[in-house]
Design a protein around this ligand. Structure first.
Ligand code: ADP
Length: 743
């Protein structure tokens, strides 16, 4: 038995014996474990000479004088969750009294004017600005009793291990307090219900039960290169649906293609003058970012090392407010991977540049405060405006910006609906690989926790109001303080009521959704019912089921968008079905890569070889693709074929087999063929009472089998070339670049 499982066994034994004690309150002080973990550090290498780097080099000198150190794992953000956007913008409810400071404190009396009714309600503002009590004299419990509501028995408080929460600690503490849950700041000998990690799934090792607020592999999946690859795979299948991500090339491996494509574009049309933004792979907070106008300006090397990163089409015509560029930070909760459950915080944040925007020119390319919206950079500009108001200054709430746009006649329902679609599609792009990480770290059938995670989506609105995805942060800052220059060059963290208001709301409501005692909503997912993805997604508030002991809390500031909008998006989940096949053939050891034998088994089991495609060709295909991909993923845990390489092989096989179809139809057809083979085989095996290797649970299979979009099927002439470079970008068409220039 491995060390790990010995520990797991011991822990389970302890859990049994401590089980009863754990029910009682007051055991936490004895149970808390000393923790001596070093602070999180995910700081990128600051050495690069870039526009952001140059400015940041000055900045970093001043940063040294700060009262408290700044960690990079969290990016800036204030946010204000909870005011239902539909209330603010659609139904016209207006909060008339802003007390400016400490919006989050319980018990602030405010008035709420309901437009059209002349009514003024009095209520207590809660953490996210929602109104809780509109009856002046009765408390919720009285009202319930009057309604004949049976109060539930008091249950044991949910326990949360906060020992690794790092910079989210303060917001987390406040959330736990509001929920009347039990915090274990030094860890606990017995298992907790929830483990809150500041950086990664692995912050605490050997967790065998409960829930962890990070997924294994999320950091890796959301690095710029991997995110670009995952979205690109989806762009190949669904180019129109995934046109919200700027065209990107992976460095250094795609430098040549980038260079050739741009040269051709310029030769075809001399008036096209694109700009590109270069981003280091693991970078954050704008570090290492710079703009270029020609491929020859790329700095490919750092010393003798090739720089890993992406170069991306720069959106030249963003929507401006007060002549300034801004971006949106949205908090998104992935509550579960299987079944997929996604929630979006109803309120977001907008972060403004501090120098009026001009379209890129050779003169202004290095103006960070004009082109980069990062709070962490702009806060050091003399023009940064700290404001108590949520609708002015360099950080504003998303609702205040939407409000302003609505006043100008903009269809903000459409904007919001496009943003939700962008979020769901992006999550669908990264889920397949996350599932591979998940089964490697938490093999099915072995003790382990379940996971959830809050992500920070950074979104830019183009001048034509189309949202564009810039990046997704696996560790969005949950600090409830912001930096302030208290003396020239001296920065300190000071409490930020707006940050507290928003982030406590997001954390608290995430905890409420993850409450182990909370009745789970039905996980049955509606079947794909048609090709209705262009349908607009309504902004109306979620009518959220509340547990009776949540009476004193405001309604959730997180809105479920999936499975709620399954009907519109389920047909996109093709790569997930490929991943299900991949995982099935990985074997039982929690691997991440297929060996040559497993690949052969896949081909044989699914009956994909024949006289035209012999097993010798299968071996060549495996070697060819695996060799190429091994060069692109230096940090791979093991040798063999990873998911992305398998997807490439699958596309290739689909192209060979169903030549006359377009790619997505080829893939659907091959998936159906493979799934039918596996289904018939597991039927045979069931009859023989044999279990097949380590198939996904039947529920997963059933679900993935139902994903086919029924309207796919019209043959189209596009044929996927079976050559080495068939995964490269389509030729960069001047038309595509124009599309942005026209904004
Ligand atoms: P980081 O992780 O370092 O913050 P981002 O990808 O978020 O990197 O980019 C930093 C900033 O650069 C963004 O906040 C945005 O203002 C700007 N930016 C990034 N990508 C683009 C793009 N393709 N077009 C226009 N502006 C961009």
């Amino acid at each position: 038995m491995s060390d790990h499982y010995v520990k797991v066994k011991v822990q389970l034994e302890q859990m049994k014996s401590f089980g009863e004690d754990a029910e009682k309150e007051g055991v936490d002080t004895e149970e808390q474990l000393p923790v001596s973990s070093p602070p999180a550090s995910v700081s990128p290498d600051p050495s690069s000479t870039t526009i952001a780097g140059r400015d940041a080099s000055n900045i970093s000198i001043t940063c040294k004088h700060r009262g408290k150190s700044r960690t990079k794992q969290g990016k800036d953000d204030k946010n204000s969750c909870g005011k239902d956007i539909s209330d603010l913008s659609l139904h016209g409810s207006v909060v008339s009294a802003h007390d400016g400071k400490n919006l989050n404190r319980l018990g602030h009396e405010r008035t709420l004017h309901i437009r059209g009714t002349g009514k003024i309600l009095q209520g207590k503002s809660e953490t996210n600005g929602n109104y809780v009590t509109i009856h002046a004299s009765k408390n919720v419990q009285d009202m319930r009793r009057e309604d004949g509501f049976k109060l539930p028995k008091k249950r044991r408080p949910v326990t949360v291990d906060t020992s690794k929460a790092k910079t989210s600690l303060e917001a987390l503490k406040l959330s736990i307090k509001q929920l009347k849950w039990k915090e274990f700041p030094l860890g606990r000998r017995t298992a907790c219900d929830i483990y809150w990690h500041g950086v990664s799934f692995h912050d605490n090792e050997n967790i065998v039960s409960g829930q962890v607020n990070k997924f294994p592999g999320m950091i890796e999946m959301l690095r710029k290169i991997n995110l670009s690859r995952a979205v690109r795979t989806m762009q190949e299948l669904f180019p129109e649906e995934y046109d919200f991500y700027p065209r990107s090339w992976i460095l250094p491996e795609e430098y040549q293609q980038f260079s050739t494509q741009i040269r051709m574009v310029k030769e075809n049309d001399a008036t096209v003058n694109p700009t590109f933004i270069v981003k280091p792979d693991g970078g954050s907070q704008g570090d290492g970012i710079y703009l270029i106008r020609d491929p020859s300006d790329l700095k490919l090397m750092a010393g003798s090392q090739a720089k890993q990163g992406v170069v991306q089409e720069y959106i030249q015509k963003p929507l401006l407010i007060d002549k300034l560029k801004f971006d949106i930070r949205l908090y998104v909760l992935i509550k579960s991977l299987e079944p997929l459950e996604i929630y979006i915080a109803k309120e977001g944040l907008t972060r403004f540049c501090t120098e009026p925007y001009q379209e890129p020119s050779q003169k202004n390319l290095s103006h960070v405060f004009m082109h980069l919206t990062n709070y962490s950079l702009n806060v050091h500009s003399g023009n940064f405006v700290h404001s108590d108001s949520q609708s002015t200054g360099s950080k504003r709430t998303l609702s205040s910006v939407l409000y302003r746009l609505a006043a100008k006649g903009v269809d903000i329902k459409k904007v919001w609906s496009d943003i939700i679609a962008l979020v769901i599609k992006t999550v669908i792009a990264v889920v397949p690989e996350l599932k591979v990480y998940y089964q490697a770290d938490i093999p099915p059938g072995k003790p382990g926790p379940t996971c959830f995670q809050i992500l920070g989506f950074d979104i830019l609105l183009m001048k034509n109001l189309k949202p564009v995805l810039l990046e997704v942060n696996s560790n969005p800052s949950m600090r409830i303080e912001h930096e302030q220059e208290v003396a020239p060059g001296v920065f300190e963290y000071v409490p930020s009521p707006v940050d507290e208001d928003v982030k406590v709301g997001v954390i608290r409501d995430t905890l409420r959704l993850m409450d182990p005692g909370h009745k789970k909503p039905s996980t049955s997912q509606p079947r794909a019912a048609g090709f209705e993805h262009r349908e607009e997604i309504p902004m109306e508030a979620e009518t959220q089921e509340r547990s009776p002991d949540e009476g004193a809390l405001p309604s959730l500031c997180l809105k479920q968008v999936y499975p709620k909008y399954t009907k519109q998006f389920n047909y996109l989940r093709l790569v997930e079905r490929i991943a299900a096949l991949f995982i099935r053939f990985l074997g039982v050891k929690g691997n991440m890569r297929l060996g040559p034998t497993a690949f052969r088994t896949f081909i044989r089991t699914c009956k994909l070889s024949n006289s035209n495609f012999t097993m010798a060709s299968v071996d060549i295909l495996y070697i060819d693709i695996t060799r190429r991909w091994s060069g692109t993923t230096p940090d791979s845990r093991e040798a063999g074929m990873g998911l992305q390489a398998f997807v490439e092989a699958f596309f290739f096989l689909a192209g060979r087999r169903f030549k006359s179809l377009v790619l997505k139809e080829q893939v659907v057809s091959l998936l159906e063929l493979c799934e039918a083979q596996l289904e018939s085989q597991s039927g045979v095996e069931d009859r023989r009472s044999l279990s097949c290797s380590r198939a996904l649970p039947r529920a997963v299979k059933t679900q993935t089998l139902g994903l086919t979009n029924p309207q796919l099927g019209s043959p189209a002439p596009l044929r996927r070339a079976a050559s080495q470079d068939y995964r490269l970008h389509q030729k960069l068409k001047p038309r595509t670049l124009r599309a942005n220039v026209e904004n």
